[in-house]
Design a protein around this ligand. Structure first.
Ligand SMILES: Cc1cc2nc3c(=O)[nH]c(=O)nc-3n(C[C@H](O)[C@H](O)[C@H](O)COP(=O)(O)OP(=O)(O)OC[C@H]3O[C@@H](n4cnc5c(N)ncnc54)[C@H](O)[C@@H]3O)c2cc1C
Length: 373
């Protein structure tokens, strides 16, 4: 199938495969060790067009469908889950809300920079004491002459220190709940915005995760994304789509762990290892089916929230389980710091948490399957 930018899905997967083998894989271990995104990777993600994969063509993007994006993220994640996650966040929850809810002026001002990769995007919803229950944000905004003033803290924000544009959520009054929340686009260098803690993580190392501190951040009127009070809706819509991307990243980790396990089993075959590989193959295939099914449902324009949750739930569990059993099959060498099996296990452990925990996916699906019958 030819996509709107004239390239096929297969072309984009080949771009991701080449980037993974030429640029990402050779640097993945150092990136994990040093917890830093190498400049070459950021540059090549942009140069090869991947940062604009989802943006509309009129703003310089490729307008690729969800299935293509999932295949690209899975391919990159086999080489480095951190790189795939940075790209997923940039595309789905940073560029996505601007494309879907920005005014024409906002889109013309920001999307071409995000699509070219000149700018990196971030998404700041989580706070030190608010995660799953996003309706109860405490970061506050007040209307002031000509715009808004924001105060508060954001936590666990991927890419936010390097980001050029942060899609950030704040409430007019925590007492109002969901309808008090609005979305803002906050550019790098905004006065009053600073980085607090830099989090040293177990997995996805090289994908920076930071606390943001907002001390009387002044934003002009044109920073409001979508209508005032629609912020939570904007966040949840972005997260639902983003979940397919994160599920694809988890699938890439599951696939890499499966290949490691298969290679280790083939080196010294035994029946219990053959059984472990067979079970892992089943889990991997189930996860892949759900990820691409969710992508297809979204691409057909149908409601996809349940499918995205199921894909995220199953793919992140598959990544964790295959990486864990892979450690048994690899034997003691797998436990060595920096071994592929060890990095995959650490990376896998993060996926049940990001963009909605496993329990939250169960809640979304459970409510939909039981309460709406
Ligand atoms: C590496 C990494 C990157 C991240 N990047 C971003 C980012 O870019 N932007 C951003 O905004 N956030 C980001 N996050 C935050 C992430 O989305 C949150 O950690 C996640 O939503 C959970 O929120 P919490 O940590 O506050 O946990 P809590 O919501 O406090 O949950 C704690 C535990 O309780 C469970 N729980 C909570 N509520 C319920 C319930 N109603 N029923 C059953 N169980 C429940 C949860 O599943 C979890 O196990 C990132 C997190 C990590 C680890």
């Amino acid at each position: 199938m030819t996509l709107p930018d004239g390239r096929s899905a297969t072309d984009w997967v080949q771009v991701a495969r080449d980037l993974a083998s030429d640029v990402v894989r050779p640097r993945a271990a150092a990136m994990d060790r040093e917890d830093r995104l190498p400049e070459e990777i950021r540059r090549e993600l942009a140069a090869r067009g991947l940062m604009g994969l989802t943006a509309p063509t009129e703003y310089g993007g490729a307008n690729a469908d969800t299935r293509t994006v999932a295949a690209v993220l899975e391919t990159l994640s086999v080489a480095s889950a951190a790189v795939a996650t940075i790209l997923s966040v940039h595309l789905a929850v940073a560029t996505g809300p601007v494309v879907d809810h920005g005014s024409e002026t906002q889109k013309r001002s920001w999307v071409p920079h995000l699509a070219s990769g000149e700018w990196l995007g971030a998404f700041a919803l989580t706070e030190p004491s608010v995660g799953s229950d996003a309706a109860h944000l405490t970061t506050r905004y007040t209307r002031v002459d000509g715009g808004f003033r924001l105060r508060g803290n954001k936590m666990f924000t991927t890419s936010a220190e390097s980001a050029d544009l942060i899609v950030l959520f704040a409430t007019r009054d925590p007492e109002i709940g969901p309808h008090g929340i609005s979305a803002f686009a906050v550019p790098k260098g905004t006065h009053g915005l600073s980085v607090g803690q830099r989090l040293d993580k177990l997995g996805l190392r090289g994908s920076e995760t930071v606390e943001l501190v907002l001390e009387d951040v002044q934003l002009p009127e044109g920073s409001l994304l979508g209508a005032e009070g629609h912020g939570l809706r904007i966040a949840l819509q972005a997260l639902a789509g983003g979940r397919i991307g994160i599920a694809a990243c988890a699938l890439g980790v599951a696939r890499a762990a499966f290949e490691e396990m298969r290679t280790a089993a083939a080196r010294e075959p035994e029946d219990w290892k053959r059984s472990a590989v067979a079970r892992a193959f089943g889990e991997l295939s189930a996860a892949a089916t759900l990820v691409y099914h969710a992508a297809d449902v979204k691409d057909r324009g149908l409601p996809f929230v349940d499918e995205a949750s199921a894909a995220k739930l199953v793919a992140s569990q598959a990544a964790m389980h295959i990486a864990s059993i892979g450690m048994d099959v690899a034997g003691p060498t797998g436990t060595r710091s920096g071994s592929p099996a060890e990095r995959l296990l650490r990376d896998a452990r993060v996926f049940p948490i990001v963009e909605g925990t496993t329990e939250i996916q169960e809640l979304i699906l459970g409510r939909s399957l039981v309460d709406r019958t």
